[in-house]
Design a protein around this ligand. Structure first.
Ligand code: AMP
Length: 210
């Protein structure tokens, strides 16, 4: 299964990608997590990406396409993968096609902007492994500590309310047109965000027939 998860920032792509990844036994490729790790480690990609990521702007397509091409060439991607947060622009989607990546499905998680703004204020992210939590709807077992790896949880700089608003604008302008792109190829499926993580997973599984 080669799956693309589409949806606004905060739609739950990362959370659902992790659940599907365990269920299907295929890796999740999250460009956001790759970029945040690169920034933390001060790599050349991280230095290029830092100002874009922290202000909620999109990192230039050539940087993203390079990262993803490298990651998809790793052996664990042979049996399929879930792309979380890529493509985010039409040129990125075209670059995947040019590279011969034939995806099975682009699944869009639909959610209203107002719900996102509220949701993002409670989001907490692991500084080490990138796992995400929510102070109310998906809290960690111990406050401020990642269940997976025991590292500290933080608020992402780009989850500040003003930055969330501009990320939503970027989403509607640059990323939402991908729905028509994949619809035209017969690959688009959409599900509505549900009140709980489990209910959204159930909708996704129904849509994918898994
Ligand atoms: P995310 O964790 O998916 O919300 O991504 C966080 C930030 O990383 C975004 O706001 C962008 O600055 C950057 N980013 C992640 N994926 C991409 C992408 N495919 N294209 C451009 N920028 C990206």
């Amino acid at each position: 299964m080669k799956l693309i998860l589409l949806g606004a920032p905060g739609a739950g792509k990362g959370t659902q990608a992790e659940i599907l990844s365990h269920k299907l036994g295929i890796p999740t490729i999250s460009t956001g997590n790759i970029l945040r790790a690169a920034i933390k480690n001060g790599t050349p990609v991280g230095l290029k990406a830092k100002s874009y990521v922290e202000s909620g702007a999109l990192v230039p397509d050539d940087v993203i396409i390079g990262i993803v091409a490298e990651r998809l060439a790793e052996p664990d991607c042979k049996g399929g993968y879930i792309l979380d947060g890529m493509p985010r622009t039409i040129p990125q989607a075209e670059a995947l096609e040019t590279a011969g990546v034939a995806i099975d499905c682009a699944l869009s998680i639909e959610i209203a902007d107002e719900v996102i703004v509220e949701r993002m204020s409670g989001r907490r992210t692991c500084t080490n492994c990138g796992a995400t939590y929510h102070v109310v709807s998906a809290p960690p077992k111990a406050e401020g500590v990642c269940d997976n790896c025991g590292s500290a949880l933080t608020i992402r700089k780009d989850d500040a309310p003003e930055t969330v608003k501009s990320r939503l604008e970027v989403y509607h302008r640059e990323t939402e047109p991908l729905k028509a792109f994949y619809e035209a190829r017969g690959k688009l499926k959409s599900v509505d965000n549900q009140p709980s993580i489990e209910a959204t997973t159930a909708e996704i599984e129904k849509a994918l027939g898994i």
